[in-house]
Design a protein around this ligand. Structure first.
Ligand code: ATP
Ligand code: MG
Length: 141
């Protein structure tokens, strides 16, 4: 049974022009794209997306970063998509991320870490609804 997760290619991914390379890795790992769009979040939207981190010291910088430029949210489908995508992207800090992960290969700092991935199936559903309506998603079967 396939599961869905929400990924976001963050502003640093697009600015570094590695969108294609990151997408190649995602597709090669067996994920299928059920929805994808280009967005420019304002501070309010980025703040709402990461509201769970509201009290953290890095919150203001994170909101500024995520609203600084374009992002590409996408809905990915695969068996165990949530857990497998977290494995593919690696730990938050690229210095500590496992070898061959997306963050190890492309990320430049703990904040500028190229990609977001939902951390639970429940949060994936909420985060998918943050960016996509049902009509914008095409199930990959
Ligand atoms: P994401 O939710 O983006 O997939 P994550 O689950 O690995 O990342 P979280 O703890 O949810 O990490 O933090 C959300 C984002 O906030 C991180 O991806 C990173 O961009 C930023 N961040 C987290 N911790 C720090 C920190 N100590 N300093 C700077 N930025 C941070
Ligand atoms: Mg997180």
């Amino acid at each position: 049974m396939k599961q869905r997760t929400l990924a976001i290619l963050k502003p640093d991914c697009i600015e570094a022009k590695v969108t294609g390379k990151v997408l190649d890795k995602i597709l090669a790992a067996g994920f299928q794209i059920a929805g994808m769009k280009l967005v420019r979040m304002d501070e309010e939207t980025a703040g709402a997306f990461y509201a769970v981190h509201r009290e953290r010291p890095f919150y203001r910088d994170l909101v500024n970063f995520m609203s600084s430029s374009q992002c590409i949210p996408m809905v990915l489908e695969k068996e165990d998509a949530v857990e497998d995508f977290r494995k593919l992207i690696g730990g938050t800090d690229p210095a500590e991320a496992a070898d061959a992960t997306i963050r190890k290969e492309f990320a430049s700092s703990k904040q500028n870490n190229i990609v977001h991935g939902s951390d639970s199936p429940e949060n994936a559903e909420v985060e998918i609804g943050f960016f996509f309506s049902d009509a914008e998603l095409i199930s990959t079967g």
